[in-house]
Design a protein around this ligand. Structure first.
Ligand SMILES: Nc1ncnc2c1ncn2[C@@H]1O[C@H](COP(=O)(O)OP(=O)(O)OP(=O)(O)O)[C@@H](O)[C@H]1O
Ligand SMILES: [Mg+2]
Length: 267
């Protein structure tokens, strides 16, 4: 069991209930139906990678999970919270869910340490001393203790993303959502971020990860979910979906992602 997960004292009714349960989720922007009847389950301690082409609805799905988007219909529970209940305590739900975005979204005017403490103090009402101790523990985990007093602008992209992960972990979430956390990084820093995510996964953190990093998905994920056109086309054990996909759409997506420079020659 994760050291991060066990420390959480928030209400999590039914600890063996799924960490994420999505049933019949529909989301449209005007006439554009972006999610069309999505079902998805993530069990506690599980790592699920969400893959699929641009525009297939991956980010929208993640955003529906913590109510950054409001779905038209469907049932969603996250960490025991009924997300579609109009009376939900949104702040309480979000305290249990760490989110890491493609763009790191750090506060540029705050130090690395302050970025990791501000929500702990404001939202969790921790003392400054306790927040700093938790932040330093997590900065150590991501290998950035020596950068604690610097500002994000003085760090590389990969280092900033590691700070974003430390910041999320400092809230002791039950669940971490990652939306293409390495897509904006220089190739040489991608490995550092993936290594930290791999460690978190090994420690038992429940993770839902949108990624184009197929070797990470194959090696780290318990399950892979392939989305296209707002529906789940195929899901299963990572090695099966990536190694021997059943559906033609999955196959053609994977061949494009795994051979990005391959140009189809006309017959
Ligand atoms: N706020 C919005 N208003 C209108 N349309 C939107 C909005 N957000 C997303 N969309 C549309 O919804 C569809 C799904 O977008 P989404 O960002 O979820 O895709 P994605 O799978 O994350 O793609 P990518 O791999 O490029 O990040 C796209 O057609 C997008 O243009
Ligand atoms: Mg996206």
């Amino acid at each position: 069991m994760s050291t991060f997960a066990t420390e959480n004292t928030q209400a999590t009714p039914g600890s063996q209930a799924p960490a994420v349960s999505v049933r019949g989720l529909n989301k449209a922007y005007g006439d554009l139906e972006v999610l069309r009847g999505i079902d998805l389950t993530v069990h506690p301690g599980e790592v699920v990678c969400l893959i699929g082409p641009s525009g297939s609805g991956k980010s929208t799905l993640l955003r529906c999970l913590n109510l950054l988007e409001e779905p038209q219909s469907g049932d969603i529970t996250v960490s025991g919270f009924d997300v579609t209940d109009p009376d939900i305590d949104v702040d309480a739900m979000r305290r249990n869910v760490g989110m890491v975005f493609q763009q790191f979204n750090l506060f540029p005017h705050l130090t690395v340490l302050e970025n990791c403490t501000v929500s702990q103090v404001k939202v969790l009402k921790r003392s400054n001393a306790e927040a700093e101790q938790t932040a330093m523990t997590n900065l150590e985990r991501v290998g950035l203790v020596e950068k604690a007093q610097q500002r994000p602008g003085q760090l590389s992209g990969g280092q900033q993303q590691r700070v974003a992960i430390a910041r999320a972990l400092s809230m002791n979430p039950d669940l971490m959502l990652f939306d293409e956390p390495t897509s904006a990084l220089d190739p040489e820093t991608v490995g550092d971020v993936l290594a930290i995510m791999r460690t978190l996964a090994n420690e038992g953190m429940t993770m839902l990860v949108v990624t184009h990093e197929m070797s990470f998905a194959r090696d780290v994920a318990d399950r892979v979910v392939f989305m296209d056109g707002g529906v789940v086309v195929e899901e299963g054990p990572a090695r099966e979906v990536i190694g021997s996909p059943k559906h033609e759409r999955t196959r053609s997506f994977l061949s494009r992602v795994l051979n990005p420079t391959k140009v189809d020659t006309p017959e």
